[in-house]
Design a protein around this ligand. Structure first.
Ligand code: GH3
Ligand code: MG
Ligand code: MG
Ligand code: MG
Length: 314
């Protein structure tokens, strides 16, 4: 109907519909003491299927944000009782250190410096009342799309392209945080290094593409079996798992099961099936830095290789 009546392309309509489907999952909080302002926003946002929540004061908005951390955007009026919009933005950005919430300031006040103050305090955008519904929608959509793009870029930067697991850079940063917490709270933490045995031989015999297939399979199984933990591909055919809260008995048992599970797998290639094994070094000795824990696990992995491979060494 739209294509016929408005003479737009199917691609345009499909993009529009995809956006609407996504919008249904986007929660937007409108904090404004004026009921008519809130209903004006509501009309514009509901037209595009966004989920809208309302707050009449800054404090109320803050409570709702704490209760519902999945709220993506805040549209905030300047003049409000209890806590004004400016104070609210300040609290969100500086006290709560919430950088992921998208904030659009609005105000009907004449002061030209208000938009600058809002943005300096950490708002992403500003709208001067009165505005058209379509103007609000454009700002909302633009900011949501920008936020989604940043999240996508961030996620891509954190992952290994071949397996989709986290990469070394992300793993090291995240694992260091977990290690420091474990040290402070004197909690268990196991760290395992896993390496495919004779992987060079697989590449040499079957080709690099099959080697890649093996790496993908390994990534898939690791992600599936160690979903609760931090799993990464460190590089080449070397993977690792950080297991907060796990002592060495439990982690070694889990890893031993996984090692056997891997050796039971077979990958179909043309007229044959390929199987492979892995060696694992695992430690729970808390060292002051992650690098030292990695070195320790590497030493154990080396021993597993020396002792004949397809082994877990603690
Ligand atoms: P070991 O049992 O002692 O671990 O021997 P290995 O052959 O598994 O280990 P080695 O370090 O000698 O060889 C690892 C090989 O992994 C060499 C390298 O070409 C290959 N490799 C590294 N990254 C990739 C990749 O992304 N894809 C493929 N197909 N091969 C890779
Ligand atoms: Mg107001
Ligand atoms: Mg290897
Ligand atoms: Mg290796």
């Amino acid at each position: 109907y739209i294509v016929k009546e408005s003479r737009v392309s199917y691609e345009f309509v499909i993009k529009l519909l995809e956006r609407l489907v996504k919008n249904q999952h986007v929660k937007i909080l409108v904090a404004d003491d004026s009921k008519s302002s809130r209903s004006f926003c509501k009309k514009a946002l509901h037209l595009h299927l966004y989920q809208m929540l309302e707050a009449e004061t800054g404090l109320q908005a803050l409570n709702i944000l704490h209760e519902q951390p999945d709220i993506k955007m805040l549209i905030v009026d300047y003049n409000m009782p209890e806590m004004d919009g400016y104070e609210l933005v300040k609290t969100i950005r500086h006290k709560d250190n919430n950088k992921s919430l998208c904030i659009i300031g609005v105000s009907g006040m004449e002061s030209g410096s208000l938009s600058a103050r809002f943005i300096k305090m950490g708002a992403n955008d500003f709208l001067k009342k009165p505005f058209y519904q379509e103007e609000l929608h454009c700002r909302v959509m633009h900011n949501i799309e920008e936020m989604e793009l940043i999240a996508k870029i961030q996620d891509t930067a954190n992952r290994d392209y071949l397996t989709g697991l986290f990469n070394r850079r992300y793993f090291v940063a995240k694992a260091e945080e977990y290690l420091q917490t474990a040290l402070q709270e004197n909690r268990h933490l196991s760290f395992a290094l896993l390496d495919i045995d004779f992987f060079k031989g697989i590449n040499d015999r079957y080709g690099h593409d099959v080697g890649d297939q093996v790496l993908k399979k390994m990534g898939l199984l690791l992600a599936e079996k160690f979903r609760r933990f931090l799993v990464a591909r460190l590089g080449g055919e070397e993977f690792c798992i950080l297991m907060p809260g796990m002592d060495i008995e439990h982690s070694a048992q889990l890893l031993s099961g996984f090692k056997n599970y891997i050796s039971d797998q077979s990958i179909d290639i043309e007229n044959e099936t390929l199987s492979f094994t892995i060696s694992i070094g695992v430690t729970e000795k808390l060292k002051p830095t992650l690098l030292e824990m990695m070195t320790e696990a590497d030493r154990l992995l080396y021993r597993a290789k020396e002792a004949g491979r397809n082994l877990v060494i603690t």
